[in-house]
Structures are given as C-alpha cells and as structure tokens.
Design a protein around this ligand. Structure first.
Ligand SMILES: C[S@@+](CC[C@H](N)C(=O)[O-])C[C@H]1O[C@@H](n2cnc3c(N)ncnc32)[C@H](O)[C@@H]1O
Ligand SMILES: [Zn+2]
Length: 276
C-alpha cells in the first residue's frame, strides 16, 4: 500500500496511527496493544472491526463489473476525474467504492483509498489495482466509521452509496471537496419503459449533505445502447427495481437483445470551509 494512504489510516479498534510492517504483509497500530491487520492476498485490509463486513454479494459484484467495464458509464468516471483534477486533489477517499471501477480510474492521477463494507467488491477492486499497478489501496470498513485520520484527505467521492456527511466532514481537510453522485430524474427511463406500462421518473436523493456548501452541480445525460442479454440483465440487477419487479414484467426484459436508454447523473460538488 502506498505510504500516502497508509499514513492516513487509523486503527479501527483504538484509533492509533498505523504503519506497514517491514515485510509489507501487515498493518500495525502504534497503540499499546499493537493491533495487527494482515493484507489479503489481493492486497486489501479488513478494517471493519468486529461487527463489520456485509454489503454486496459476489453475484452482484460480478454483474456490476461486467456492466461497468463495458464502458457505458465511462463519461461519468471522466467527469468525476476532471473535477478532482480541477481541484488539484492528491489524495481521494472513495466512500462506498463497490468493486472499484471509479476508484481505480481516480488513482491514475493521484493516491486513492476505496472503502466499502462488501469484501467481495473490495477484493475485486484490489485485484484490478494490483494487476494494473495502480496507486489505489482498499479497505473493508463502514463509511459511517472510516478508519482514517481527521482532516486527512483532499477529497471524498460518494457514488450511489449512502452519504455520511458528518464523517466526511471529519475526514476532509479544510478546503477539501466532497463529490456526491446520484441518479437524475430520467436515469434509465428507457429501461423502465421496456418493463413498466407507466414508468415513473426518479426522485432526488434524500440524504444529500445539508451542512457543507454546494459549490457546483453538473448534470450529465446521454444515451447508451446496451448489447446482449447478459449486460442488460447486469444493468437491471444494479437498479432498485430489480427486487420489486414481477416475473411477468421481468420476462419483457428477457426478450431483448439490445436496449437503448437515457442515463442521467447529478454530480454535486461540495467544499469544506477553510475555517471550522
Ligand atoms: C450501488 S453500490 C455503488 C458502488 C460504487 N460506488 C459504484 O458506483 O459502482 C453501493 C455500495 O455501497 C456499499 N455500502 C452500503 N452501505 C455501506 C456502508 N455503511 N459502508 C460502506 N459501504 C457501504 C455497498 O456495499 C455497495 O458496494
Ligand atoms: Zn490499535
């Protein structure tokens, strides 16, 4: 793990600062008890504490990476990376990073730490980072209790995952940025039209930050054509409707080999004040 990231970690048990062992296999805390956390074979840390480690199942991680790695959301990844570059961000924490599709792209220009409760997602992310020699570290942990120091990151990103504003404020350095991405009103309307007789539009996210100052809002909309049943099903499984659609409606989608739909993203950029 890159030292820019390792020096920012805090022991999830006693909150002491941490260091990587000489052989690079473990992370030790500097507290009295010298808590030790071994890196997995793929290179991530489990810092979730005794009650952590749930989140997405392997099958949904596989589906999401199949869809994302086909490039349909690449323009969103580019937009987030452009915002990070325009804010001169050197260290970014991706809170709720899933299987690391966006995190590993962010790591091309800076040091990144991806945090998620899903060990299957984190394992996938860490493997890809290792394979590609990227400057990205990964930890299984809750984004509501991040295992990192106060004021330690230039930026936090939070894409389609729960938003923990108070914790993000703690972790951002003064003047740091928080980028929250949410589905826009018309996101995947074409998918919904293929399934439902009366598709409804999305409502905004209920958990957007309230205290941080909103500096910029970017709306990104474009059309994608998803080819093949496997990819269409993967996209469907990433949506909340997957769990509440009847078998008859599912069958409508199963007939399709190609699906054209709008995608609609809201990218919100918040900034922490320089003075607390
Ligand atoms: C819809 S996925 C988005 C993943 C990724 N950001 C992306 O856009 O591909 C939501 C992610 O939030 C994670 N998550 C949910 N609650 C969490 C929590 N309390 N702490 C950390 N991760 C959490 C899930 O495990 C899942 O990977
Ligand atoms: Zn400790």
């Amino acid at each position: 793990m890159n030292s820019l990231i390792a020096t920012r970690l805090r022991c999830p048990v006693c909150r002491a600062t941490c260091e990587v062992s000489e052989d690079g296999k473990s992370l030790y805390c500097g507290g009295q008890r010298r808590h030790c956390f071994d890196f997995s074979r793929s290179g991530y840390l489990n810092l979730a504490g005794p009650h952590g480690g749930e989140g997405d199942l392997k099958a949904s991680v596989r589906a999401r990476s199949l869809f994302l790695e086909s490039g349909y959301y690449e323009r969103l990844a580019d937009t987030v990376c452009e915002v990070l570059a325009s804010c001169s961000v050197n260290t970014v924490l991706d809170a709720g990073c899933g299987e690391g599709y966006y995190t590993n792209r962010m790591a091309l220009g800076r040091a990144a730490l991806g945090v998620d409760l899903s060990s299957a997602g984190i394992d996938h992310a860490a493997k890809a980072a290792k394979r590609e020699g990227l400057n990205a570290g990964y930890a299984v942990a809750s984004l509501f209790k991040l295992p990192v120091a106060d004021a330690s990151f230039d930026a936090i990103t939070n894409l389609f995952a729960p938003c923990a504003e108070a914790e993000f404020v703690r972790v951002l350095r003064p003047g740091g940025v928080l980028i929250v991405v949410a589905a826009g009103e018309h996101h995947l309307l074409g998918l919904k039209k293929a399934i439902y007789d009366t598709p409804y539009t999305n409502r905004g996210r209920a958990d957007l930050p309230q205290e941080l100052a909103l500096e910029r809002e970017i709306r990104l909309t474009y059309e994608i054509t998803v080819e093949g049943r496997e990819r269409i099903d993967a996209l469907f499984s990433m949506t909340p409707y997957y769990w509440r659609t009847s078998e008859a409606d599912r069958q409508k989608l199963a007939q399709l080999d190609r699906l054209t739909t709008e995608v609609d993203f809201n990218v919100y950029v918040y900034r922490k004040g320089l003075i607390e």
